[in-house]
Ligand binder design. Structure first.
Ligand code: ADP
Ligand code: ZN
Ligand code: ZN
Length: 809
């Protein structure tokens, strides 16, 4: 229900005048919701019901007119409900919170009757019945509560679609602290007291009255409901004081990261190429208008220094600056660089912060105490006034695209934000996306180039190892060729550092039954489960579902189960065995989840305490490890086979980026790439580090296949837990497309067909792909589609519309 496509009109009582950008609490259907005031209207068309708004949530607008405008633009461009967009823009969650509520489906209601009847006969309890009955009494109970009460039954009920999960906004309850005391002496122990009630009373008897109920709850391992029950029973008394948080303006200011603000570091003197680039960019900044610049700088060419100087110049002019990086947790070096240059003016904004930290950073920016933001995707909405520059580092990185509603692309929104603010947009990469490079070629962006590495260092020499040849000569399928083994042995001998890239985490790719040929699949998604040795479980890389390792094939009962393929875990283990003297470590998303371990590996590797680092693309991203002289790519091919038109581009980017990690120090670097497709242009041109060559080659493919940047693309997916419903929605949409197709020449509609990932997180997915020569026309078609869906009773959650998708899987 939160996904309403059109703004709603409310009346505001005179007692609280509001202005655009202000957060308000309003009634929505039967509940309360947080809203953002968009614009005043005078006069409402007849027939439209106008409801009374409840109250303002903040004394002042939280969004500047510029950000309100940006939100409206996003909502329109990406066909996303405005409420969802503004929620994504505002990190502040203090007043309302998002709840995930569980509701009975019609099927569930029917089932409840059925189960209850059969149970009467058997006269024994069942978790499912208890769950359904509970939901009947408490419609819209939260997922968390149900999960605690009926863990397994909830899973089963979801799988059977007896219940569904719905998202809703709830006004955050005022956090109260109750004092708790016993009501008189208990005459004698009540025999029917539950164990938890007994614990509460015993604790109170032992400790005396509790001033803060939370402490009591902890001591007695109880919850607030238990207290309420005892209070209603007249056994205890609750009394209390309201302890709402202080208003944001009065909150104490916490420092990000805790970096000392002592002496700021002086920047190094610029190289001639860096000076050239800045001489090109500064006048654009000084002129005070919008301009977009693409900085194509090879790996190790010193792009970061360009960013820092541009930010410095903004500050000198009293303006602010915003820089996006793909994954901040991965670049602690970048953070310390920012703090050492700009001290307290820096605020970090990323998802690794606690809610409180994010709030603090946000308000510091809002109040103008911090003027430089370093953050990930959603930091593009940082409340900075008088913006001078918006910088997007590694602009080609696909993590800038949000993969849930609103499906915006952080890089593209950054450019629009700069445009609205009259600022510079600077997009930087060693491997620009085809879109951005095309924009530069077309003159939409200005192109700046850093063609040499700092200090005259050479790019690493790349050697391609043909794994077909390896197989022919050795007659065994091994993950590591003799050549790579040899090279690494030499590295270990010479105490030099090596990085090994394998874009697959886990131990083995999947568990295969050799009798029936089945692999163990996820129950929610149509993909194979990956074996993780550390957890000793099979894990789904899409939804996180995990299963125990079966001892026999669940399909045919055979015992001949076999692990197939090598993941990072296995390669790490293999190298540790091959080179017993070497220190081997691993970096992938599994390690990154344990932040301290991740930081330790990163810093140990930088300090030379690790000889061989095995990792996924995480190790390819932007790191500056001066000691690495050999990079091995265990398999360049994973990804090339995916049914996605960006497969070659991604492979090229990944190989070029990882090759760029070699030879950043004084010694020259080498790269070894193992592949079964040594002639593929993405691999050949990455080996030559020939970006322009790749660009022309790939553009001719895109032109031939009518893919972006030649056309604009939208991915439209009908999705539902029930295949029939997904099919029905797809059919509706198909009929709509057929009907209106004639009005939209130049748009090609492919589908419906099963999406390459035919089922994800329990939902079946049926896909249409829309290719258009004109963006305006595609947009008009999608708008009509959205309206049509609304009118035909298709819920927003049943249709995914992805404009400019980065993945069409
Ligand atoms: P990129 O991001 O383009 O791959 P970096 O910004 O990481 O490159 O720079 C590569 C290395 O060169 C870093 O170690 C950086 O400190 C160093 N560097 C950059 N600019 C200069 C400069 N003007 N003088 C000396 N060293 C520099
Ligand atoms: Zn089997
Ligand atoms: Zn899954």
């Amino acid at each position: 229900m939160a996904a309403i496509r059109h703004p709603i009109t409310y009346r505001f009582p005179d007692s609280f005048p509001v202005c655009p950008g202000q957060r308000v609490l309003v009634p929505l259907a039967t509940r309360k919701a947080m809203g953002i005031v968009l614009r005043p209207t005078s006069g409402v068309p007849p027939g439209i019901e106008v409801r009374e708004a409840l109250r303002a949530l903040d004394p002042e607008p939280v969004l500047s007119p510029e950000l309100v405008r940006l939100g409206i633009w996003i909502s329109d461009y990406y066909l996303a409900p405005p409420g969802e967009v503004f929620r994504a823009m505002l990190p502040l969650r203090r007043e309302t919170r998002r709840a995930r509520l569980v509701r009975l489906t019609d099927e569930g209601k029917r089932k409840m009757g059925e189960l209850a009847a059969s149970l009467l006969e058997e006269s024994r309890g069942s978790q499912e019945v208890a769950l359904l009955a509970y939901l009947d009494r408490h419609p819209g109970a939260s997922v968390e509560i149900l999960h605690k009460k009926f863990p397994e039954a909830l899973q089963r009920a979801l799988a059977q679609i007896w219940v569904t999960i719905e998202e809703a906004e709830r006004e955050r309850s005022r956090r109260k602290v109750f004092a708790v005391r016993l009501v008189g002496p208990l005459p004698e122990r009540q025999p029917r007291l539950s164990p938890v009630a007994r614990r509460i009373i015993e604790t109170l008897e032992r400790q005396g009255p509790a001033e803060d109920h939370r402490q009591l709850l902890e001591a007695a391992r109880a919850n607030l409901d238990n207290l309420r029950t005892l209070s209603r029973a007249g056994l205890i008394e609750l009394g209390g004081a309201d302890t709402r948080g202080l208003s944001p303006g009065k909150r104490s200011v916490a420092r990000d990261g805790g970096f000392p603000n002592g002496d700021l570091e002086a920047p190094p003197s610029l190289t001639p190429s860096q000076s050239n680039v800045l001489n090109d960019i500064f006048p654009r900044l000084d002129s005070g208008g919008f301009s977009a610049v693409l900085l194509h700088g090879i790996t190790g060419s010193g792009k970061t220094e360009i960013y820092l100087r541009l930010i410095g110049r903004c500050l000198e002019q009293g303006r602010s600056a915003l820089m996006l990086v793909p994954e901040i947790a991965l670049t602690p070096a970048m953070q310390s660089l920012f703090f050492s240059r700009f001290g307290e003016q820096v605020a970090l904004l990323h998802s690794g912060l606690t809610e409180g930290e994010r709030d603090d950073a946000w308000w510091r920016l809002r109040r103008g105490e911090a003027k430089v933001v370093l953050g990930t995707r959603s930091a593009v909405f940082a409340p900075l006034a008088n913006l001078g520059a918006v910088i997007v580092d590694e602009e080609h990185d696909s993590s800038y695209k949000q993969d849930e509603t609103p499906r915006y692309h952080g890089r593209d929104v950054a450019v629009v934000r700069a445009q609205f603010a009259g600022a510079i947009a600077l997009l930087g990469s060693a491997t620009p996306s085809l879109e951005s490079y095309w924009n530069a070629r077309e003159g939409k962006y200005h192109l700046a180039t850093l063609a040499e590495r700092v200090g005259g260092r050479k790019l690493a020499a790349v050697e391609v190892v043909d794994m077909r040849q390896e197989f022919r000569e050795t007659h065994t399928q091994v993950p590591i060729s003799r050549r790579l083994k040899e090279e690494i042995a030499a590295q270990v001998q010479a105490s030099a550092q090596t990085m090994l890239l394998l874009n697959r985490r886990g131990y083995s790719w999947f568990l295969l039954c050799r009798s029936c040929g089945q692999t163990q699949r996820c129950v929610n998604c149509s993909i194979s489960l990956t074996y993780h040795r550390r957890e000793h479980r099979l894990i789904c890389h899409y939804c996180g579902y995990s299963a125990a390792i079966p001892s026999v094939c669940p399909v045919c009962g055979s015992e001949y189960l076999r692990y197939v393929g090598e993941g990072t875990e296995k390669i790490e283990q293999k190298f540790a065995e091959l080179f017993p003297g070497a220190r081997v470590a691993r970096l992938d998303r599994d390690v990154a989840r344990r932040r301290s371990e991740f930081l330790r590996v990163l810093s140990d590797f930088r300090k030379g305490k690790i000889d061989i680092l095995v990792g996924t693309q995480l190790i390819a991203k932007g790191h500056d490890f001066p000691g690495v002289t050999l990079v091995g790519v265990v398999s360049a091919d994973i990804g090339l086979g995916l049914p996605d038109f960006r497969a070659a581009e991604r492979t090229f980017q990944l190989l070029t980026q990882v090759a760029g990690r070699a030879g950043r120090g004084d010694a020259a670097g080498r790269v070894l790439v193992q592949t079964f497709f040594p002639d593929h242009y993405a691999i050949r041109l990455a080996a030559d580090q020939n970006f322009d060559g790749f660009f022309s080659k790939e553009m001719s493919f895109r032109r031939m296949m009518h893919y972006p940047p030649i056309t604009v693309l939208a991915n439209v997916v009908a999705q539902h837990e029930k295949l029939e419903r997904a099919a029905q929605v797809a059919k509706e949409m198909g009929e709509f497309f057929t009907k209106v197709e004639g009005q939209f020449p130049g748009i090609k509609i492919l589908g419906p067909g099963p999406a390459p990932l035919a089922r994800v997180e329990r939902r079946f997915r049926i896909q249409f792909l829309l290719k258009s020569v004109s963006r305006t026309r595609l947009h008009a078609l999608l708008k009509q589609l959205a309206d049509h869906c609304d009118q035909s009773g298709i819920q927003p959650r049943e249709v995914m519309i992805d404009v400019d998708p980065v993945s069409i899987m």
